[in-house]
Design a protein around this ligand. Structure first.
Ligand SMILES: Cc1ncc(COP(=O)(O)O)c(C=O)c1O
Length: 397
């Protein structure tokens, strides 16, 4: 089958919820992927931030293969050793906590919303503040939490009780706090929103505000988590701890898993039996994959790799900025970088792909560069060289 024929199958049988590029990937290894016609690409945006360890990481593949031979799925009302081990592993890397496992980031956010509402129920508090330009997912609650009008359009009435503050503006959050506010949800780095990094003052200010008002600080680490910024979780840059944290994307390196991580400082038992559940959530297959991800991060010293190669990536992008005036700003942390242009980014994404490099564009003019945390200097340099060719060519147009 060729790309054209796959496209025809799509137009006949798949709902067009996403603007799809006529481009069909069939194989991946580390930071490289191959299309249907066996053309090779360097991948600077593996699986929309999901394949954090790169494609087909051998340890994750081995864990999955091994588990498939034993048991794939068991009912969540039985004890699942791998789920318990994974929850313990998350606590070890973060803070004393207990987790709930979902199948996606949006579902982890839904669980956080339900947790917050139930936490505040006795005192009549249910309002949640989120930040403008945020992204928390596409299910009804997560979409409402997402403070972007274009994502709400046509779906009103939305879930009641949400208000939207300015990112990195503590006063704007304070102005929205009412007697009924129970939580604030924030991404340490807004990913889909255009790679905007929260300032230490903002994050620490939110922590103090939440402590003062007995509100929950919910950090959405779906995109920033699992080492992408150089720390296992980005909140660790700020010297604070969240009350709740959501994870997904790289947690399973490609198998569908998300988590709501609840800080054990919260003494109240909130999501009691019968209040929340997921049939698939945290089955043995996805949990062994996530356990293998944590193990590889430790064994292969991947946080150090991000620190080292994150600097190379930043320097490479800053060098491009000094050469090409159309780059307004380079920002981000580790291997989660944004390049803001003074023009639309799609032609850059398209030309990069033609030249053998996969990148993404968000918010119309921010190129998003998020290579795997396993990337080597060789493939980072190769990708940066292609990117430079792209800028050179488009600067002449
Ligand atoms: C910060 C953040 N939260 C939540 C989500 C939603 O995750 P999912 O697409 O797995 O539902 C995303 C997806 O991009 C995200 O970036």
């Amino acid at each position: 089958m060729n790309t054209r024929e796959v496209e025809e199958l799509y137009s006949k049988f798949v709902l067009p919820t996403v603007k799809r590029v006529p481009f069909c990937l069939v194989k991946g290894k580390g930071s490289r992927v191959w299309d249907l016609h066996n053309r090779e690409y360097v991948d600077f945006f593996p699986g929309w931030g999901v394949s954090g360890l790169g494609h087909c990481h051998p340890a994750v593949g081995y864990a999955i293969k091994n588990q498939i031979r034993k048991i794939v799925h068991i009912s969540n009302n039985y004890l699942n050793l791998k789920q318990a081990e994974l929850a313990r592993e998350i606590a070890k890397w973060s803070f004393p906590s207990r987790s709930f496992f979902s199948n996606s980031g949006a579902e982890a956010i839904e669980a956080a919303i339900k947790f917050a509402r139930r936490y505040g129920h006795d005192t009549g508090r249910y309002e949640i503040i989120t930040l403008k330009r945020s992204f928390h997912g596409r299910t009804s609650g997560a979409m409402t939490a997402t403070a972007q009008e274009k994502i709400h359009k046509g779906f009103d009435p939305l879930l009641p009780g949400f208000s939207y503050a300015e990112f990195n503006d503590l006063d704007s959050v304070k102005r929205l706090v009412t007697q009924k506010t129970i939580a604030v949800i924030v991404e340490p780095i807004q990913g889909e929103g255009g790679i905007h990094v929260a300032t230490p003052e903002f994050m620490r200010g939110l922590r103090s505000l939440c402590d003062e008002k007995d509100m929950l600080l919910i950090l959405d680490e779906v995109q920033t988590g699992m080492g992408r910024t150089g720390k296992i979780f980005a909140y660790q840059y700020y010297g604070i701890e969240p009350d709740l944290m959501t994870l997904a994307k790289s947690l399973g390196n490609g198998v569908p898993i998300g988590a709501l991580v609840v800080n054990s400082k919260i003494k109240k038992e909130v999501l009691t039996p019968g209040t929340h559940a997921s049939t698939y959530g945290g089955n043995p297959l996805v949990c062994v994959a996530a356990l293998a991800v944590f193990k590889a991060i430790r064994k292969e010293k991947l946080l150090q790799n991000v620190e080292r190669l994150g600097d190379v990536l930043r320097e490479g992008l800053v060098k491009l900025q000094s050469k090409y005036g159309m780059i307004k700003e380079v920002r981000g942390k580790g291997v989660m970088m944004g390049v803001e242009l003074d023009r639309p980014g799609d032609p850059f994404v398209d030309l990069a792909r033609e030249k053998g490099l996969l990148i993404n564009c968000t918010q119309e003019n921010v190129l998003r560069i998020m290579p795997a945390i396993t990337i080597t200097k060789k493939w980072l340099d190769k990708g940066l060289a292609i990117l430079e060719e792209v800028f050179e060519e488009l600067s002449k147009k």
